[in-house]
Design a protein around this ligand. Structure first.
Ligand code: AMP
Ligand code: GLY
Length: 434
């Protein structure tokens, strides 16, 4: 079997690494990939938005399965294009990808089918949105409708902050066409968890749980990023809560789409707030999360490629996902200034030492090869991942690996897993008291 992965981040490195462990996978290509991915795949340069070129490369290299990492090509309909050209592709088609590419589409679907989510209203003009902010007051959440690399959401504490977000999104078009519509949403309080699942449009199987850390600084401070670190499992997601998510969110969403004539195949990712009234959807993604993928795949015992094929062939019900019991942690090492402007081309030292540490994988994200050196080439540079019998053990190994890596301006959060650790401690204190 010959596989082609589309993308170049830590998520795609984790996908390439996991797929490379299958004996029946003979060859992996990655477009465009990065120097870390090049250790397990042949990287080919191409624009991932040029679907004609991607189809050509898949056909020319006799690729049996294309796996698409990021949301942009999914939203643009790459899976439909590949399928029409006779190439198997893992991921949802354009219609199903709207769950992520339009927050208004997702909200309206959830409202129509009573899937629990924050109450929200959509606006196509800034004047009406600004009037609504005056009326509703704060806290309020302002969201650009379209794709904005995780940066199109503002949780506003004051009316002024909310108004500023609306003006930036709609009038200044800070995220381009993604800001044609805006969603104003009720602010939810609770614990945030992610549940990713595989689905063939009928059967939906949750993966091991994970928790992302979106804010750039320790203590969940500062602006949101694509994700600064993750852990798996998320102890907040008890088996009872997971069944509630399955019954109230995952299954109804797949069914709702089917009623609308849309079959969702691929990864459905539900970003959830566990509120006092139960789990509510914050967002849907239609792909693996980054860095959630980097903590989930090292725990997956089952063969990833076979599960992907089952989502495409519609026989996922015959599959079972098996997991390692250990805990994983991932810390993202980022460029100085990220998520704002940052410098590139700083030499990264210590990669080999980190990769040789026990139970540790260093997934590359924004890296490049320059005159024999691995240099920084993006905001999120590395996803340093390790596992252990407990969350603290996994975190210790991950941070030991981070400390052995250095580059100018490097920064990373020192408190990944803090909410999970607090939760574990509180549960322990409670059970101890009883
Ligand atoms: P999203 O991209 O929609 O997941 O939003 C990014 C982040 O903003 C989420 O991970 C939450 O931390 C926060 N957020 C989004 N929607 C809400 C909401 N309705 N209430 C509280 N926080 C939210
Ligand atoms: N880590 C969040 C995402 O991939 O959207």
């Amino acid at each position: 079997m010959r596989i082609m992965i589309i993308g170049s981040g830590g998520r795609e490195h984790a996908l390439a690494w996991k797929l490379s462990l299958s004996s029946w996978v003979q060859k992996i290509y990655c477009i465009p990939g990065n120097p870390g991915i090049a250790q397990v795949a042949k990287c080919l340069p191409a624009n991932i938005e040029d679907s004609d070129r991607l189809i050509h490369l898949a056909v020319q290299n006799e690729v049996d399965l294309v796996v698409i990492g990021p949301e942009t090509p999914l939203a643009a309909g790459l899976v439909d294009d590949l399928t029409a050209a006779g190439v198997l592709a893992f991921g949802p088609g354009k219609a199903a990808a709207q769950l992520e590419s339009s927050k208004v589409f997702a909200k309206q679907l959830m409202e129509r089918y009573q899937i629990p989510t924050a109450a929200g209203s959509a606006f196509t003009g800034s004047a009406a949105a600004l009037a609504e902010i005056e009326k509703r007051g704060t806290p309020i959440v302002v969201k650009a409708d379209g794709l904005a690399a995780g940066k199109g959401v503002v949780v506003a504490a004051t009316r002024e902050e909310a108004a500023q977000a609306v003006r930036r999104i709609m009038d200044e078009r800070a995220f381009g066409e993604a800001g044609k519509k805006v969603l104003l949403e009720e602010y939810l309080v609770g614990e945030e968890v992610s549940v990713l699942s595989f689905t063939d449009g009928e059967t939906i199987i949750p993966m091991a749980s994970a928790q992302d850390h979106k804010a750039v600084f320790d203590g969940d401070d500062g602006p949101n990023t694509g994700g600064m670190g993750a852990i798996s499992p998320a102890p907040q997601l008890t088996p009872e809560l997971l069944s509630a998510v399955q019954e109230e969110v995952l299954v109804p969403t797949i069914r709702a789409l089917r009623r609308e004539g849309i079959v969702f195949r691929g990864v459905l990712y539900a970003g959830l707030m566990i509120t006092a009234d139960g789990p509510k959807v914050l967002e849907f993604n239609v792909r693996f999360g980054d860095p959630e993928c980097q903590v989930i795949l090292p725990r997956l015992k089952s063969d990833l490629g076979k599960i992907m094929l089952a989502t495409i062939n519609g026989n996922l019900s015959e599959k079972e996902l098996r997991w390692h019991n250990y805990h994983t942690a991932c810390v993202v090492m980022a460029s100085g200034g990220y998520p704002g402007p940052y410098e590139k081309n700083h030499v990264i030292a210590g990669l080999e030492q980190a990769a040789s540490m026990q139970d540790t994988l260093v997934f590359h994200a924004g890296t490049a090869l320059q005159e024999g050196n691995i240099v920084t080439n993006g905001g999120r540079v590395l996803s340093v991942t390790a596992w252990g019998a407990t969350l603290p053990a996994a975190l210790d190994k991950t941070y030991a690996a981070c400390r052995s890596i250095s580059f100018d301006g490097a920064h990373y959060r020192k408190d990944i897993g803090h909410r999970a650790l607090r939760h574990i401690k509180e549960s322990y204190d409670i059970s101890f008291m009883h």
